[in-house]
Ligand binder design. Sequence first.
Ligand SMILES: Cc1cc2nc3c(=O)[nH]c(=O)nc-3n(C[C@H](O)[C@H](O)[C@H](O)COP(=O)(O)OP(=O)(O)OC[C@H]3O[C@@H](n4cnc5c(N)ncnc54)[C@H](O)[C@@H]3O)c2cc1C
Length: 451
Amino acid sequence: MIWNTVTLAVSTAGRRSIAATPAASRKFATASPSPVSSAGRDHKVVIVGGGSAGLVISHQLLRSGKFVQDDIAVVDPATLHHYQPGWTLVGGGLKTKEELQRPLNTLLDSKLKFYNEAVNTFSPDNNQVTLGNGEKLGYQHLIVAPGITIDYGSIDGLPEALADPNSLVSSIYGYETCDKVFRTVEKLKEGTAIFTQPTGLIKCAGAPQKVMWLALDYWKKAGLYSANGKSPINIGFATGLPGMFGVPKYSAKLEELRKERGVEGYFQHDLVSVSGNTATFALPGGKEKVKKEFDLLHVVPKMGPHAFVKTSALANETGLVDVDAATLRHNKYANVWSAGDASSLPTAKTAAAITSQAPILVRNLLQSTEGKSLDATYDGYTSCPLLTEYGKVLLAEFKYGGEPKETFSWLGIDQATPYRAFYHLKKDFFPWVYYNSMVKGTWGGPKGWIQ
Ligand SMILES: Cc1cc2nc3c(=O)[nH]c(=O)nc-3n(C[C@H](O)[C@H](O)[C@H](O)COP(=O)(O)OP(=O)(O)OC[C@H]3O[C@@H](n4cnc5c(N)ncnc54)[C@H](O)[C@@H]3O)c2cc1C
């Protein structure tokens, strides 16, 4: 029995220095799994979610050469996979949402067993998941990667405003609404445009302002916007956060741009309702509210863990999958792993982060199947290509603690400066490499192509 209640040598000292600290022991409250054959509904590895993380990890596991037909199962109810980072480009009129999607089954290697179903419940003490249709799947290892969910209902009146084709209320954060964004930008000829960002976790924390910078540039080129406050259009950025971005180095540059470009900053303003042309924001503490009139509103709703994860034994107090920040293994169940948005990894939630997380998870999972110690550690690497106008991107790259970890520093480039070359990475190269290499498990992000 591999996973009887075991004592494994992993560090419990500071998460970020896990590799450097002396190993301490930790008890894993794992079940005694029944032997798994990969026959029928039992698999060596079950992966919940065939999104960015599930696709990369399933293919990197296959490429290890240690698995045969149907050893690895991917469970996902979706029929289409979307390249979500491209939705910002759709909002800027640079791509169509249709060109960013693929049928999910065409992205899965035929050696993977695909269950086109949702997972409803986890039974980690029995090494099983139950699907929406009642079927149970057994596993030796479970990888939990169902992403997070967008809570449109968290903002009163938002679902109705988004659904109204005549309203100038939109969001790049959903497939249904991302193509409404550019239409609203084109329609606005005068008035106040407000772009929001909520408090709490969201996917790609830079995207709420990327879409604003593109809209500003569009209106500037159309002669409708200038920084002097006297143009037909004026712009506000209303964010639940105290600054423009979570990483001081990039936040300082973005604040400089905001002031230079005459954008009003409404900090610690968290959108709570939309009614007609009035947006209401909660101030810190939640008691005091501020109302602002708008002519165009770009909304980023609150996001959070799926209910089936949040209410499971796998979740931490915030509802995310409770994994070790360095090894990506579950803190309680030694045969459970997580990466991507659903995980508790304390870094910005991006596809770029997954390029670094996947090889760590795969290496450690394979090590553990051979009874070896986990020797790969994730440093929190993540990246946010911040479009600051058409033709320029500030390429934020950082790790745990908001410490910059820039790929191009060896060229003497300061990545807090927006560059044209980075724009082509974001607009052309990343979407290309995503479908041609990343989802196949051969793209390592800053490490380039991997075996
Ligand atoms: C507007 C926008 C802009 C972005 N910009 C960038 C960017 O510039 N750069 C960047 O790197 N990242 C960006 N991101 C973030 C990036 O898209 C996500 O971090 C990444 O997709 C997360 O991958 P994931 O696999 O964790 O989740 P997802 O890719 O969301 O996949 C989750 C999968 O789980 C499935 N699932 C859901 N429920 C269940 C269930 N019950 N059972 C089984 N499967 C289930 C879903 O169908 C889905 O296929 C952006 C995202 C958005 C929305």
